[in-house]
Design a binder for this molecule. Structure first.
Ligand SMILES: Cc1cc2nc3c(=O)[nH]c(=O)nc-3n(C[C@H](O)[C@H](O)[C@H](O)COP(=O)(O)O)c2cc1C
Length: 547
């Protein structure tokens, strides 16, 4: 539910978090209550992503008291008073909303409107225990990164939540066993095989979050289909004993024409989250795209980059993806932090000016929305969309350019050829043709189909500015087909999320190695030894019926 936001993020220090850990009530359920731990200054996720709703009901609770004394306080720092479920239940309004998360009560009245997943899910659960829902979708660190210290209202008696805690522990044990049962990473032979491995170690909700597309999933499925429509016409009898798959991506030298497309919430899959990708990208020489809403704090990712730079003896490739928020000042602060930390380009995501619309994930949250009668919207009703800013428009590029200084800007999520031309006029370095992995506008054309369209209509564009593609790329041949039609490189989102979820850093490296092998072999079989020998004539695609 919660993610880092521009507003109300008065960052609570780690000491706030650890203090709360250390004051957690003593007693039998203490060791089973918390799904998080702190190691070496880094918060490690061992949160269980269980599907349970708390089995606690109001009926199970003792009288209407606001608090009750706890009898066994062996730990002098343990709370002696608890907030009753009945008291929490009273705070179930948008102007007064409390929730229970892992035995702690939080006031989210000033937060719910900024919740990236929408206010509705918080409000429909206000006044209740949302631990299972929360744990299944949020990485550790979420609370302290988003809620102020004052939001913490107190504790719920651990005896009351013991059943829910036990269920979460069972899930933790299941995940540990599933990780132990994973086959060696070297047995993964194609990047799509990571999905099954990752699904076995993730909760149903976390898997759904990674897999899902918007609404009917037409764009999501269409992304892979777009590549299936095409065939390669290889050349023969050429010396391909030496092959060079190297190129530059976003102006950064890259071992391969691929990059890790920025994706949020890597921590949902693995305790090291985005750091797995930082390490994997550095060690294989490809570029990592870091999401504006990465689950690890940006400063931790940048610190890991520094470690990697030292290790590999050069600057690893890292670019920062930008979401424009209503609070531009806070926005600028985050972007400057990324640049100062060594990010070499900015990818401005332009297909997400409002939040997503993913029915399958919504279903799991159990939100119902409104069923009130009456006309809700008039012409040009002003909508609020959580942290996204629906005002985003071309003029914002002047603001971003001023913040970026010399750092080049690329637009991520472009489909229409006219938008590419406007972007060029605004001094943007390049565009990423993408429909956000089919997660935003369902039925939006795939990035690869947009590339084909450009190639048909105005192929010179790919010479005038850098064009990238993402969405549905799963094989080395997909990469080469995109390059043959004018792309400089391609991004992969889900494959790296799943790879790191199942195998951590090793998964990221293995995914790169698999793609490297496929790219090099396909280049040889196509009769080319360098990427610039790829030609559009080597690709033939089924034409759409309307052509
Ligand atoms: C779970 C998930 C989270 C994502 N988060 C972001 C994000 O924070 N910012 C962004 O610009 N794109 C995000 N994307 C989109 C990816 O960058 C990329 O466009 C997409 O995943 C490409 O499609 P693919 O998954 O088929 O490779 C996300 C995608 C997924 C699957």
């Amino acid at each position: 539910m919660f993610k880092r936001l521009g507003v109300h993020t008065s960052r609570v220090s780690r000491s706030f978090f650890t203090r709360h850990l250390s004051t957690y009530p003593a007693g039998p359920s203490r060791s089973t209550h918390i799904g998080w731990t702190v190691a070496g200054g880094v918060i490690l996720a061992i949160a269980s992503y269980e599907t349970i709703r708390s089995p606690v009901s109001l009926e199970e609770e003792s009288p209407v008291t606001v608090s009750k004394k706890h009898g066994h306080t062996a730990d002098p720092t343990a709370p002696t008073e608890y907030i009753t479920l009945k008291e929490v239940a009273k705070h179930n309004l948008s102007q007064d909303a409390w929730v229970i998360i892992n035995g702690k009560v939080y006031d989210v009245t000033n937060f719910h409107q900024y919740h990236p997943g929408g206010a509705a899910v918080i409000l429909s659960n206000a006044g209740s225990d949302v631990s299972s829902l929360f744990n299944s979708l949020h990485p550790p660190g979420t609370i302290e990164n988003n809620l102020s210290e004052e939001s913490f209202k107190g504790w719920v008696d651990p005896e009351i939540t013991a059943k829910a805690v036990a269920a979460q522990d069972a899930e933790k044990a299941r995940v540990a066993a599933a990780r132990g049962a994973l086959p060696p990473v070297e047995t993964i032979l194609g990047i799509e095989e990571f999905e099954e491995a990752a699904d076995s170690v993730m909760s149903r909700q976390a898997s759904a979050y990674y897999h899902t597309g918007a609404l009917d999933g037409i764009s999501h499925a269409g992304n892979k289909d777009a590549f299936r429509k095409c065939r390669i016409v290889p050349r023969v009898m050429r010396d391909v004993s030496r092959v060079e798959p190297q190129t530059t991506i976003f102006g950064i030298p890259s071992a391969l024409p691929i990059y890790i497309s920025p994706s949020s919430n890597a921590l949902l899959g693995h305790p090291d989250g985005e750091l797995n990708m930082t390490r994997g990208a550095a060690k294989t020489g490809i570029v990592q795209g870091v999401s504006y809403v990465a689950s690890y704090p940006l400063k931790d990712i940048l610190a890991e980059k520094e470690v990697m730079d030292e290790l590999i003896g050069e600057k690893m490739g890292m670019v920062f993806q930008v979401y424009v928020r209503e609070d531009r000042e806070k926005n600028a602060e985050v972007i400057r932090e990324a640049i100062e930390g060594g990010c070499q380009a900015l990818l401005l995501t332009v297909d997400s000016n409002v939040g997503d619309h993913r029915q399958s994930v919504e279903k799991m949250k159990g939100t119902t929305g409104s069923a009130e009668e009456g006309r809700k919207f008039g012409p040009f009703t002003k909508f609020t969309h959580g942290p996204h800013d629906p005002r985003l428009n071309w003029k914002d590029l002047d603001w971003l350019k001023a913040v970026a200084g010399d750092v080049p800007i690329y637009l991520k999520g472009v489909s229409h050829i006219e938008d590419i031309k406007i972007a060029k006029e605004h001094g943007v370095k390049g565009c990423i043709l993408s429909n956000h992995g089919g997660r935003q506008l369902d039925r939006a054309r795939s990035g690869f189909d947009s590339l084909r369209r450009i190639h048909d209509q105005e192929p010179s564009i790919t010479k005038e500015m850098e064009i990238y593609v993402d969405g549905g790329v799963r094989r080395g041949t997909d990469v080469l087909m995109a390059l043959a039609l004018g792309a400089r490189g391609v991004g992969l989102g889900r494959p790296f999320l799943f790879a790191q979820a199942a195998y951590g850093e090793k998964g990221t490296i293995r995914a790169v190695r698999i793609l490297e092998n496929e790219i090099v072999t396909a280049m040889q079989l196509m009769g080319i030894s360098k990427l610039d020998q790829l030609r559009p004539e080597m690709i033939e695609c089924l034409q759409e019926v309307w052509k």
